[in-house]
Design a protein around this ligand. Structure first.
Ligand code: NDP
Length: 316
């Protein structure tokens, strides 16, 4: 027999959105329980230096920031649990969620903060420098600054790749964009913008064979033209991957309205409400535009405040 727990507030996911929701919910006496998920701390734990989160004038590493957020949430008695929620049933007024260890949770409110995962090429060399924090990134806004006046490569040809290539072009001496087909997926206006930027070079029909580097980090990219089979090495110190993100929303899709790419749809713009009363969303699980720690934290706060109001109304 599985154990059943009745609680006021369950928070699923432990990035900046989840921890901020936890801090607000705990301080409002909602006794939140948080399941950290498969990647405790979320995407920021794979980031080396965070310099754009307000309040850290000297910067902070991603893992350190997430530890501090956890400590802050626990200070107000958030029950932070390792483990993940593998199944939910949002069909009734009480929201049922099951953790992988068999615990059945009946929650009056649920805050989804499961985030999204950047997609990578999957090359061994790419993963090596990503883990080392040595020049591979999936976020130009987060990491572009570290490559000021240096040469970078960006993979992808969608709106994100165009936006990030343009962002990098203002910081870097040169940006080489690798497009695997001979056309872009991005909107025409975004494509035109990169085409009209003098320090962005676009290589079409080009794929990455290997990310090159040494003990210090990335030094270049070996690429192949998939039409001619010609290979060449492009010098760069930053290798950016912008081939899409996957929101971690699969377990909710039977109950929660998602858009065509899997992001949770807000029921009412400007709030954290989903289509299911009592279930709220924060962070990248619903955001394919901003994707920043600080915006995720902001929506975490909104979700906790909305959940608190919902609980107060329930209690009449
Ligand atoms: P997309 O799925 O739109 O584009 C992904 C790009 O990456 C495609 O060009 C694809 O190539 C390429 N790609 C995928 N896998 C590989 C691979 N293994 N090797 C090389 N290239 C690869 O993702 P985005 O993140 O760009 O955009 C997601 C959504 O968000 C879109 O709807 C977009 O319009 C939206 N968005 C809107 C913005 C705005 O309006 N300001 C800004 C950013 C995103 P191929 O085309 O060959 O499949």
């Amino acid at each position: 027999m599985s154990k059943v727990e009745n609680i006021d507030c369950l928070i699923i996911g432990s990035g900046p959105a989840g921890y901020t929701a936890a801090i607000y919910a705990a301080r409002a006496d909602m006794n939140p329980v948080m399941y950290q998920g498969l990647q405790p701390g979320g995407q920021l734990t794979t980031t080396n230096e965070v310099e754009n989160f307000p309040g850290y004038p000297d910067g902070v590493t991603g893992p350190e920031m997430m530890m501090q957020l956890q400590k802050q949430a626990e200070r107000f008695k958030t029950d932070v649990r390792s483990g993940f929620i593998g199944k939910v049933d949002f069909s009734g007024p009480i929201h049922k969620c099951w953790s992988e260890d068999g615990t059945e949770i009946h929650a009056k409110t649920v805050i989804i903060s499961t985030g999204a995962a950047a997609m990578y090429l999957g090359l061994e060399s790419e993963q090596k420098y990503l883990k080392m924090g040595g020049g591979v990134s999936a976020c130009a806004v987060c990491d572009g600054f570290f490559y000021k006046n240096q040469e970078t490569v960006i993979v992808g040809a969608g709106d994100t790749a165009c936006e990030e290539a343009h962002y990098l072009s203002k910081l870097c001496s040169k940006v080489t964009m690798l497009v695997r087909r001979d056309e872009f997926r991005a909107s025409k206006i975004m494509e035109d913008r990169v085409r009209n930027t003098p320090n962005i070079e676009i290589l079409v029909n080009t794929e990455t064979v290997e990310v090159l580097g040494d003990d210090m980090g990335v030094t270049g990219a070996r690429v192949i033209n998939n039409k001619t089979n010609e290979t060449m090495d492009i010098p760069c110190t930053g290798f950016f991957v912008a081939i899409g993100h996957k929101p971690n929303t699969d377990i909710f899709k039977e109950f929660i309205n998602l858009d065509e790419t899997g992001y949770i749809k807000y029921e009412k713009p400007g709030t954290s409400l989903t289509n299911v009363p009592g279930v709220f969303v924060s962070g990248d699980a619903a955001d394919h535009v901003y994707r920043q720690a600080v915006t995720a934290a902001g929506t975490g706060c909104m979700a906790a405040l909305d959940a608190e109001r919902y609980l107060s109304a329930l209690e009449g």
